[in-house]
Design a binder for this molecule. Structure first.
Ligand code: MN
Length: 201
């Protein structure tokens, strides 16, 4: 099969108490696996079987909805696992901190805007912090499994460096309808080292 479900870079219970083990197990082992399997089914025997996922996503308007939803779901979750870590949280330093201050004023103002994007995304979707072509930062949110690499009106159109899954499957077992509580807790597991790596690359 073309695309493989990546192993989690930490144990299912590693993000507790902020993200519980059962949620991580189902999210990775069932949801992300299903996006991966369904993407592979949708491209079976087609040229996309040999393509990089980014090249499919950047031209997503050329593809049927099964590739859009499952390709987006595949790529988004691959990124999501990496930008979290058991020893995460705090605030970034260096060039990323300077870029956050330049674009938003302060880290807290960036966080406030990101939280608003994540909280007000109606239904299922994602919030994103993106690096623009001029190295400034922007926040946006997307519906379903869309992401800012997809050429879609209304998204910031940058390269994602931080993302948050606000589908109910990401938090419902532990937080039920309290999406804002999940969002606030999630900041404690953000892997700023990985976000910084993405900002610099
Ligand atoms: Mn998800």
């Amino acid at each position: 099969m073309a695309f493989k479900l990546p192993d989690l870079p930490y144990a299912y219970n590693a993000l507790e108490p902020h993200v519980d083990a059962r949620t991580m197990e189902i999210h990775h082992g069932k949801h992300h696996k299903a996006y991966t399997d369904n993407l592979n089914k949708a491209i079976e025997g087609k040229p996309e079987d040999q393509m990089a996922i980014e090249d499919i996503i950047k031209n997503i308007n050329n593809y049927p909805v099964a590739i859009r939803n499952n390709g987006g779901g595949y790529w988004n979750h691959c990124m999501f696992w990496e930008i979290m870590s058991p020893n995460g949280g705090g605030i970034p330093g260096g060039d990323l901190a300077a870029a956050i201050d330049a674009s938003f004023g302060t880290f807290d103002k960036m966080k406030e805007e990101f939280n608003a994007a994540a909280t007000t995304r109606f239904g299922s979707g994602w919030a994103w912090l993106c690096k623009m072509a001029d190295s400034s930062l922007k926040i946006c949110s997307t519906a379903n499994q869309d992401n800012p690499l997809m050429p879609i009106e209304g998204h910031c159109g940058g390269t994602p460096i931080l993302c948050l899954d606000v589908w109910e499957h990401a938090y419902y077992l532990n937080y039920q309808n309290r999406r804002p509580d999940y969002i606030e807790a999630w900041w404690n597991v953000v892997n700023w080292e990985e976000v910084t790596r993405r900002f610099k690359s």
